[in-house]
Ligand binder design. Sequence first.
Ligand SMILES: [Mn+2]
Length: 349
Amino acid sequence: MYLTFRWFGATDPIPLSNIRQIPGVRGVVSALYDLPVGAAWPRGRLERLATDIEAAGLTFAVVESIPVHEDIKLGRPTRDRLIANYCDSVRAMGELGITVLCYNFMPVFDWMRTDLEMPLPDGSTALAYDDRALSAVDLSRGTGDLPGWAAAYDARALQALLAAYREVDAERLWDHLAYFLERVVPVAAEAGVRMALHPDDPPWPIFGLPRIICRGTDLERLVRLVDSPANGVTFCTGSLGALPDNDLPAMARRLGSQGRIHFAHCRNVRVTGQRQFHETPHPSASGGVDLGAVLRALQDTGFAGPMRPDHGRMIWGERARPGYGLYDRALGAMYLQGLWEGLEKGSHA
Ligand SMILES: [Mn+2]
């Protein structure tokens, strides 16, 4: 593996020069954030972003993400034009040598939390989710009461979208995912880009919307939809780890041995009840995910792709985008590479 770090582009308050100073971090995970969903990404824009990253002594390793337009997930007739745009963006990535694309297929909302600043006993704060708190949110007034989503949709647009999804159950969503991948994966393979589907976060349906990438069996089904090495997953330990039934090391071993893990997101969570969890520091001892066992599985299956520390807490008084401060993610980067080195050296002892 090689270590990467997410950076939100020129508007990110964390400069690339700071990321460059985290030992071991070689790659940057970024995207074009100001384009409308569904637009083809101009190659020149992507190239300028790559140039900025390279000027800082880093490489543009992963695009996270090119968002999938809701019309594709809904299977609307407009999807063919939108998929053609998506393929253009993938080709642009390939031409610039950016080889991994992290994306997701969650209806309407991707990540969801009910508290962005849950205090932990050590005085830090972390992102948290409680299904009971989520069911108390009234979406008839739009997304104003949803932490992190306040400006996403007005009430009318949201209600129209939710109504459209009443026709789309989980199996229909699988059909739409297959339709999308059958068209995009061959283009990605040709372009030298590996598609890495991010699991649903949290891994269960919310607001009656289907979520289909939640368990090991879902990931296996996904990679079989289009049987190509370019059709793989982002192995996100925090998303998958919110379901106690998920045996993460076993899942990593199975998918890794098929060569279908193209990107690893590593973080830890503590499950505190039924569909209730909060994020924790990265080390295994801090939460419910055995990162040591996951990294060993990745190492045993020869994982050579990018890995990044996923969400961090807010520590040392930092104010930043929820989950994406510098300090705790930098600690995570140090933990992950120490763990990796220890496993590597231990296995050669
Ligand atoms: Mn993740």
